[in-house]
Design a protein around this ligand. Structure first.
Ligand SMILES: [Zn+2]
Length: 581
């Protein structure tokens, strides 16, 4: 038995941060540190760093960092007292005293109370399921769906009787405050001040967090009535877009098989698992979110998403594409034959056929284009699929990845790359402002540190300015050899008097890296309005002159050839120019 303070010290002494974080984030050794993909923000390249010597972590992307406690709190969305309790339990340290009263303690107590209510409700639903009369409809249903006793026990499935106050009576017997029960989402207040059960006549699926605590419920009807599923609403401990059903039980298998199978429904998840594919989780009947993917990406190389064959399923593939890309998680998609969901398919055809289907899964983008383009080969179809894709492509934050996708779309549709880039720019302009916060456009203020990109952007959007710059030594302004190569290509076309097009330019570049850079540059909107562009040209011209003058002065000084009079004239000229600019 140790005090609260010494428990904290003791945990810090025995817990190894690399080991602890390594259980939820894939870490790789890099010098003295370990790095991995950050579980707290979207990223493709690891900037999440764990330092074993100092026992700390830090993310260079989102700036989150700290010790084992900070990690635990952030990862599990828990308070400090909860983190202390969890970690003490994990490292078998018994704490003797409680915490002093504080806001933190209050919050922690509240969450504790909500967990307790969910636990009581889960117990009640299980009890009802086992009741000879009351539980019969539920048991019959689960038998029909061929769920084994083991699965029912492991996932603590239950049954909510078709009554208005079944749970309420049970909660009263346990002396649970109904106002709090309403906050936990299991009962609903009436205008009269009374309460009634939220879940009635439904199979109950408790949703667990990674610590096996019940955070909420999904309830399914026994027939085809609607709504088929209802979930606990958002509460202090339940956030729908965050939890994956079955993750607590699938984690180990996901790590071992290095892949995660994602399905939509509770029953799908249990059916797939029952057929021996243990690495399966379900979104709670909702669309996949970035937080879902962040929870998963630490465990495996790839995610396999199984969608229903209906239109909603296909739309979901498209929506999840940028989420996976932005999180740096490789993802493939599988669509089931018409009329099937994972449950019905695996039940009818068995796990071998299902596994075969998974093996044929296509990378998300290919899958989507495949679907879109096999639907019809007409040009209208292609244009329509491009229109659908534009907002999706704009959601992808990495320019490199986006330009790669543009290339692929061009190959698969036969629509020229240049046209796609043009359409992307048009689409961005028409939807700029609110939707695509993820894409950063270099601001004018920042351009000083990237004169190269600034210059490139100017000539891409206002190629006529080449005429004004052609006679100048523009190269003195640029430092990036790739940009110089690209600008050279511009001038080549300019000198040949052929029309500018992305295609022409790309053809005129020798290196793939330059082509890549140009593609990225082509995706950026203009940094200047037309009027500003004129000013920018003047600005560039003056900068070039200044650089030339400086160079001339330096050269003359070196040779000792400069006369004081000439030097003065040059310096004055230079000073006047900087005032003017
Ligand atoms: Zn981060």
């Amino acid at each position: 038995m140790v005090s609260y303070q010494s428990a904290k010290d003791e945990i810090k002494r025995v817990a190894d941060i690399v080991d602890l974080i390594g259980q939820s984030v894939k870490l790789k050794k890099a010098g003295r540190n370990y790095v991995g993909l950050c579980p707290f923000h979207a990223e493709k390249d690891p900037s999440f760093t764990v330092n074993p010597e100092r026992q700390t972590f830090h993310c260079y992307g989102c700036k989150k960092g700290g010790d084992v406690f900070s990690f635990w709190m952030e990862y599990h969305g828990s308070t400090f007292p909860e983190a202390l309790r969890d970690l003490a339990e994990r490292y078998q340290i018994t704490i003797s005293e409680g915490f002093s009263a504080s806001a933190e303690k209050e919050k922690s107590d509240k969450r504790e109370a909500l967990f307790k209510i969910n636990e009581a409700a889960a117990g009640y639903f299980q009890e009802v399921l086992n009741h000879p009369n009351k539980g019969k409809p539920g048991r019959d249903y689960l038998n029909r769906r061929s769920l084994s006793e083991d699965t029912i026990a492991e996932f603590r499935l239950g049954y909510a009787p078709d009554e208005w106050d079944g749970l309420i009576k049970a909660l009263r017997r346990n002396k649970i405050d109904l106002e709090l029960a309403a906050e936990a989402g299991v009962v609903i207040p009436k205008k009269s001040g009374e309460y009634y059960d939220r879940f009635r006549g439904r199979i109950m699926f408790p949703i667990f967090d990674l610590r096996m605590q019940v955070v909420g419920f999904g309830g399914r009807v026994l027939d085809d009535s609607l709504p088929k599923y209802i979930n606990t609403p958002e509460t202090g401990i339940f956030h729908k877009g965050e939890f994956l059903y079955g993750l607590h039980s699938a984690r180990k298998a996901i790590r071992e098989k290095n892949r995660a199978i994602i399905v939509e429904g509770y029953m799908d998840c249990l059916a797939v698992k029952r057929h021996g594919l243990e690495e399966v989780v379900a979104t709670l009947g909702t669309a996949l979110t970035d937080r879902h993917v962040r929870k998963l990406k630490g465990y495996s190389k790839e995610a396999l998403v199984v969608f229903d064959s209906d239109a909603a399923g296909k739309a979901a593939v498209l929506k999840s594409l940028p989420i996976f890309s932005n999180e740096g998680q490789a993802a493939k998609a599988v669509v089931l034959p018409d009329g099937h969901d994972p449950d019905s398919f695996v039940t009818k055809y068995g796990s071998r056929r299902f596994s075969e289907l998974l093996d044929q899964a296509l990378p998300m983008l290919d899958f989507y284009l495949d679907q879109k383009l096999t639907g019809g080969d007409s040009d209208e179809d292609k244009v329509r699929s491009l229109t659908d894709l534009l907002p999706i492509l704009l959601e992808i934050r990495s320019f490199a990845l986006r330009s790669l996708y543009v290339q692929r779309v061009a190959e698969m549709t036969g629509i020229r790359e240049q046209v796609i880039l043009f359409e992307l720019q048009k689409h961005r302009k028409s939807s700029s402002g609110n939707r695509h916060r993820g894409i950063t456009v270099p601001s004018k203020v920042k351009h000083r540190d990237s004169d190269d990109n600034h210059f490139l952007n100017l000539i891409i959007h206002y190629p006529h300015v080449l005429a004004e710059i052609a006679s100048l030594e523009w190269k003195v302004l640029l430092s990036d050899p790739l940009v110089i190569e690209i600008v050279d290509a511009f001038f080549e076309i300019y000198n040949q008097e052929t029309p500018f097009s992305a295609e022409n330019l790309l053809q005129n570049l020798n290196s793939e890296t330059a082509r890549q850079q140009l593609r990225e540059a082509l995706l950026l909107p203009p940094f200047h309005s037309g009027q500003e562009a004129e000013m920018a040209v003047t600005d560039f011209r003056e900068q070039i002159h200044q650089k030339e003058i400086s160079k001339a002065i330096k050269g003359l000084r070196k040779q000792g050839k400069i006369e004081p009079e000439t030097l003065n004239r040059l310096l004055k000229l230079k000073a006047r120019m900087s005032v003017g600019s």
